[in-house]
Every structure is written in structure tokens, then in C-alpha cells.
Design a protein around this ligand. Structure first.
Ligand SMILES: [Zn+2]
Ligand SMILES: [Zn+2]
Length: 343
């Protein structure tokens, strides 16, 4: 018997003892080491996702150790630590053939309807796993999936040390984007919108200017950057109101990357987009190369473990979600930790 969490209905998640699933010939069994909770999971928990499927095991940000391998997998992965790419693409269509697996029309995602990592064990196709080094701390490795999103965002825009950049929404993805930018281009001017004090300090530590409101950002721009203006905006909130502000605060010809996942969509500012010659690009997850790049960056020492604010055991997963619902202001990345590993 193994433990797995099941989202029974909105606001109701339970840890159950179930029979192990039969291991497919192309699958490996993974003992979960850690699994992050992200906005997408919280939306499912709240019942706010159209694609919400009841009776599901969530979790797409996880790492673990291979404890068994299917008949056709050989045993070279046995005992190894792995990260799991949650994107399952068809591998045959035009997008897949061109390295854009995240554009695949038949894309399915582990943890969204397909059993994910909020469990003691999970069986996943061997094509989805990439080894991580033994010495990498789990706090670093559990951030591989959001790091892949940040890598995708950065590969869609050209950055250099002279750029003025605004990040709307201080959360894990926004922070990883800033950290990656500062690692390569330390002199960029990064301006961050976040109302949450728990994030402010982290952004300030990597030399970002942090503001609580759009008005404050506009004041800062008017006083300091009136000539050059803002070259790039990363919209990480998914709020249409905030994205509308991005269209106004950016300079003509600037680029806006839509990274946050919107819930509704009513007010496309067509006139402003046309008149200001803006480039607007949607960023959805990442391709296989970008996920592999995130793994190798973490294997090579990339570290953002400071984003993790709370750690819960699998048995306490309900508490973890309720904390995110009730005390969102105080928490950052919340992680479910496998039980037989040291917390
Ligand atoms: Zn996520
Ligand atoms: Zn495809």
C-alpha cells in the first residue's frame, strides 16, 4: 500500500492508502522526495479551473528517487534521483517536430488530470525523467519546473545590461526571471510590482526596485527613466487589469511577455497595442530543451531555495493548501516533502 493525496472536491483534499499501480513496461516508479505547490494547483483546489478534474492527484513540480523500473526501461536509472518533465506531448505533430512540445495540440500535463507528485510514489514514463545529481539539495531541485518557465520567458526576448525591465507580480516565476537576468546582466534596471512583504526582501536582495502599486512604478519611471522608458514587461499576475497597465507603462515598440495565467479576458486594449507598436508574446510552460536546461542549471549549482517558505509532510497536505488560501500574504513557495526523507 502507498499513500496518495486525492482532491475529492474543491477545498477537500485527502490522503488515502491505495494499492500500488502496476508499473508499465516503459515506466519508472519514483519515490517522491519533494513536490512544490503552485498557483495552478491552488486554482484547482479552489475549483477555479475549467479543466478541474475531481478525484485527481495533483503535483507537477516534483523530484524523487527511482525505486523500480519497467520491463523495457533497463535498470540504469534505478536508485537515481530524477526530475520529471510534466509535459506529455505527442512527439509527431508539426510543433513537436520543431522542438515546440509546449505548443502540441495534444499536450497533456502530469498533475492536471493525470496522476502527479502529491503522493508517496508515482509511476511515470521513462521519457519524462531526467537525472539530477546526488549532491544537489532538494530545496534547489524542487524548483526545476518553475525555473523552466522562467527560462522560456527569457528565451523569448532579447536582454542586455542597458535594458529597463518591469516585472508585474512578485512570486516564484517573477523572482526566478529576475534572478536569471541579474546572473547574466547585473546592470539591468529591474522594477518589480508586488504587494506582498514576504517577497519584497528577496527581490531587494538581488538589487530590484520594489513597488506596491502601479502608480508608484509610473512615478519612478517619470522621475528616472523618462527618456529611455521601459523596454520589456514580464506580466506574471495573470490579471487583465494589470496587463492593461503594462500596455500603458511600456515605451512604444516595447515587448510584453504574458507569463501569468489569466482567468478571464474582457478588455483587449487593441487601439493602444496598435498605436504603440507593441510586441506581445504569450509564454506557456516550456519545451523539452528548456526543461533539460533547467535541470542542468540546477545540477551546476543554480540556487533559489530562499523562495521556499513552508514545508509540510504529505499527511498535512490539507493544512498546506488551507494555509495558502488563508495566509497567502505570509507564504511564498510551499513544498510537500516525502516522509521518509529528512525535513
Ligand atoms: Zn507550476
Ligand atoms: Zn505534438
Amino acid at each position: 500500500m502507498i499513500k496518495q493525496s486525492i482532491l475529492l472536491k474543491p477545498m477537500d483534499i485527502e490522503v488515502q492508502q491505495v494499492e500500488e499501480n502496476i508499473l508499465g513496461e516503459n515506466e519508472v516508479e519514483i519515490k517522491i522526495e519533494a513536490c512544490g505547490i503552485c498557483r495552478g494547483d491552488l486554482d484547482m483546489f479552489l475549483g477555479e479551473r475549467k479543466s478541474f478534474m475531481e478525484q485527481t492527484t495533483m503535483g507537477h513540480e516534483f523530484i524523487g528517487k527511482v525505486t523500480n523500473t519497467g520491463e523495457k526501461c533497463g535498470n540504469f536509472l534505478l536508485g537515481k534521483r530524477v526530475a520529471v518533465n510534466p509535459l506529455i506531448s505527442c512527439g509527431k505533430c508539426y510543433s513537436c517536430s520543431n522542438g515546440n512540445e509546449n505548443y502540441c495540440e495534444e499536450l497533456r500535463v502530469i498533475g492536471f488530470g493525470r496522476p502527479g507528485g502529491m503522493a508517496e510514489y508515482t509511476n511515470q514514463d521513462i521519457n519524462q525523467v531526467i537525472p539530477i545529481k546526488n549532491e544537489v539539495k532538494w530545496q534547489k531541485a524542487v524548483l526545476i519546473e518553475p525555473l523552466a518557465v522562467a527560462i522560456n520567458a527569457l528565451e523569448n526576448v532579447s536582454i542586455d545590461n542597458k535594458k529597463n525591465i518591469v516585472i508585474l507580480g512578485g512570486g516564484t516565476i517573477g523572482y526566478l526571471i529576475c534572478k536569471l537576468i541579474k546572473n547574466t546582466w547585473p546592470d539591468t534596471n529591474l522594477i518589480v510590482l508586488t504587494r506582498r512583504d514576504t517577497w519584497r526582501k528577496l527581490f531587494e536582495n538581488i538589487n530590484c526596485y520594489v513597488f506596491k502599486g502601479i502608480d508608484e512604478i509610473n512615478n519612478y519611471i517619470n522621475m528616472n527613466l523618462k527618456e529611455a522608458g521601459i523596454d520589456i514587461v514580464f506580466e506574471c499576475t495573470g490579471s487583465e487589469e494589470i496587463a492593461s497597465e503594462a500596455i500603458k507603462l511600456i515605451r512604444r515598440g516595447g515587448t510584453i511577455l504574458l507569463v501569468g495565467i489569466p482567468k478571464k479576458n474582457k478588455l483587449l486594449k487593441m487601439k493602444k497595442i496598435q498605436d504603440r507598436s507593441l510586441n506581445i508574446k504569450g509564454i506557456s510552460m516550456y519545451n523539452r530543451n528548456q526543461f533539460a536546461k533547467a535541470v542542468s542549471m540546477v545540477n551546476d549549482g543554480f540556487n533559489a531555495e530562499e523562495v521556499i517558505s513552508d514545508i509540510f509532510s504529505l499527511d498535512r497536505i490539507g493544512e498546506a493548501f488551507y494555509m495558502l488560501v488563508n495566509k497567502k500574504e505570509e507564504s511564498r513557495k510551499v513544498v510537500i516533502r516525502g516522509e521518509e526523507y529528512d525535513i
